[in-house]
Design a protein around this ligand. Structure first.
Ligand code: ZN
Length: 301
């Protein structure tokens, strides 16, 4: 499941490639992925300009020029894909050709699209044709979604979320304060989006490993210094993952080779049975709060 690093990488690509473009045409392939009736959703978003893309936790927020927003969450297997226009074709001719191709693409059914674009990271749920001729695919939004929301609706939704670990106003001290007086085990707390937003199984395991704290440790037994270390470990893992291309293997566009670079750097996550890179002990796996915890019984306590 994409977490903060993967969504941040999407956000950066979208701000580079999609920002300031208008939505020329749209098609909803999976009615349940959107919050309006499919046709109404399309007529509503068509003609709107995308002013910018923000991220909070695992959510991406497209700001539209009508004061509304498109809020998307990928959940388990949602993916984005951008079909950009050939850069070598002369600009104007290239765009008009691409726009003709857009309407053709948006008239094909989801199975045809899968056949036609081998790089597509899944089944198209919603597709936008943009004013520069590019096509933005929202794929596999089965548990995930793309919702058209007003300012108030968006704020209500986001108010439920805990602080984003990369929020510049969120410090190790704030993090330690949040944990003050909390009960239960640390890993489920870290993964609850009401506490911290955007941290899932991969990066919670990794941060706990780096901080030397067992996933099952009771919050009440964690010292202030350990809390500060845990926050710094979490932020470091996330920043390092963003720098290396995250852990998602699917490209954002056919030219995108900045993918999955962090997979080689996980020290605990998904390494059950392998040797700990620090002490050589075998990395164990157990279920904690309904999710797999990976840990080194020697390095973590
Ligand atoms: Zn170890």
């Amino acid at each position: 499941m994409p977490e903060v690093p993967e969504m941040e990488i999407y956000k950066n690509y979208l701000n580079q490639w999609v920002k300031d473009k208008k939505i020329n045409c749209a098609n909803v392939y999976r009615a349940k992925s959107v919050n309006l009736e499919s046709k109404e959703f399309c007529t509503t978003v068509i003609g709107k300009q995308i002013k910018g893309i923000l991220r909070q936790g695992k959510y991406l927020i497209f700001q539209l020029d009508d004061g509304h927003f498109l809020l998307t969450h990928m959940m388990l297997d949602g993916r984005l894909f951008l079909m950009t226009i050939e850069s070598e074709t002369p600009q104007e001719n290239g765009v008009s050709k691409a726009i003709a191709l857009q309407s053709e693409i948006l008239q094909s059914d989801a199975e045809d699209l899968k056949q036609r674009f081998k790089d597509l990271p899944g089944k198209a749920s919603v597709v936008f044709g943009l004013s520069d001729g590019s096509v933005l695919f929202f794929c596999n939004l089965t548990l995930g979604y793309l919702h058209y929301l007003g300012q108030e609706q968006l704020e209500t939704k986001l108010r439920e979320l805990g602080k984003d670990p990369l929020d510049p106003n969120f410090s190790a001290q704030n993090f330690a304060q949040l944990l003050e007086g909390k009960r239960g085990m640390i890993k489920p707390w870290l993964m609850n989006p009401k506490n911290i937003s955007g941290v899932g199984n991969a990066y919670s395991n990794e941060a706990l490993f780096s901080a030397g704290i067992l996933p099952t440790r009771l919050i009440s037994t964690i010292s202030h210094l350990e809390k500060v270390n845990l926050f710094n470990s979490l932020v470091n893992c996330i920043r390092e993952s963003i720098r290396l291309g995250g852990d998602m293997e699917e490209p954002f566009a056919s030219w995108d080779d900045f993918i999955g670079g962090y997979n080689a750097y996980f020290k605990a996550y998904d390494r059950a049975g392998k040797s700990c890179l620090v002490c050589g002990e075998t990395i164990r796996k157990s279920e904690v709060g309904g999710r797999n915890a990976f840990f080194c019984p020697h390095c973590q306590r």
